[in-house]
Design a protein around this ligand. Sequence first.
Ligand SMILES: [Fe+2]
Length: 155
Amino acid sequence: MSLASILGDEADTLTAAAYLHDIGYAPNLVDTGFHPLDGARYLRDVHQADDTLCRLVAHHSCAVNEALERALFVELTAEFDEERPELVQALTYCDMTTGPDGRHLDVTERLAEIHSRYGPEHLVSRSITASTPCILSAVRAVEAALSEVRQVGAG
Ligand SMILES: [Fe+2]
């Protein structure tokens, strides 16, 4: 079941965000070191990308918690508004049910993978811990929407 069925016209923007959300990790784009903000600024300032796309990248996977850890909350939220929940949740779902190698993972496996890659003391691990309720609720919301579409399709 594709996310297009629950996103309608926004599916293309979501697909673009799914490809581009981690672009801020590119070494030549690193500025603050907070990849959602560096990536969103790059898309906005260099490519004049669509506002929805920039907002999704800026806030992907509950990035606001890592912004707090990095003392970049004011910059993030002043420059980029939150997008609509269904889009934000859909991107979080894509990110948090896919491993670094592109394989599908259950969200709990994905969270464990991030913790084991960074280790318990790392800022990213602390941020992911703070973001876990937000991530789980996004994944559950998308799974519920997908199963509703499936039932309507079957009925
Ligand atoms: Fe990311």
